[in-house]
Design a protein. Structure first.
Length: 145
């Protein structure tokens, strides 16, 4: 596992420790993490604070050209909302820790020119499987079931 996916996994574990859903993300530009986040829907009572959204918020206002050189790392395949944010800011590359638990609109992202690297890392998979087994009601709420 590379250092940036490891950082996203650390964010996911932080979210779990806070009583939330263990999904983490980091935004990398020029080999440096410029934003970190984890799913905070539970912690903040938010309808939109998925890990990727929290990460983009943490990065703050960036220039359009900055996003065009960015890579978004997420422990789980981004959902429609988070994929839309990546498209909006023209983030050209997304590294996905795993897409077995949930697969977002990956084909659409590829069709729109986003390069996806799906790692299917065992630690990311195990974290989500263990969480879903222990908190299925919270997971179902997060994915809108």
């Amino acid at each position: 596992m590379d250092e940036f996916l490891r950082a996203a996994l650390e964010e996911a574990r932080l979210g779990l420790a806070e009583g939330g859903i263990p999904i983490g993300a980091v935004l990398v530009i020029g080999g440096r993490i410029v934003g970190r986040g984890h799913n905070r829907r539970v912690q903040r009572g938010s309808s939109i604070l998925h890990a990727e959204m929290d990460c983009l918020e943490d990065a703050g206002r960036l220039q359009a050209r900055d996003y065009q050189h960015a890579t978004l790392y997420s422990t789980l395949s981004p959902c429609d909302m988070c994929s839309g944010a990546a498209l909006l800011y023209k983030i050209p590359r997304i590294v996905i820790g795993e897409n077995r638990t949930l697969q977002g609109p990956e084909a659409y992202l590829r069709q729109r020119g986003v390069e996806l690297a799906v790692v299917n890392d065992e630690a990311c998979i195990r974290l989500m499987r263990d969480f879903i087994a222990s908190r299925p009601e919270l997971w179902n709420e997060d994915i809108g079931v």
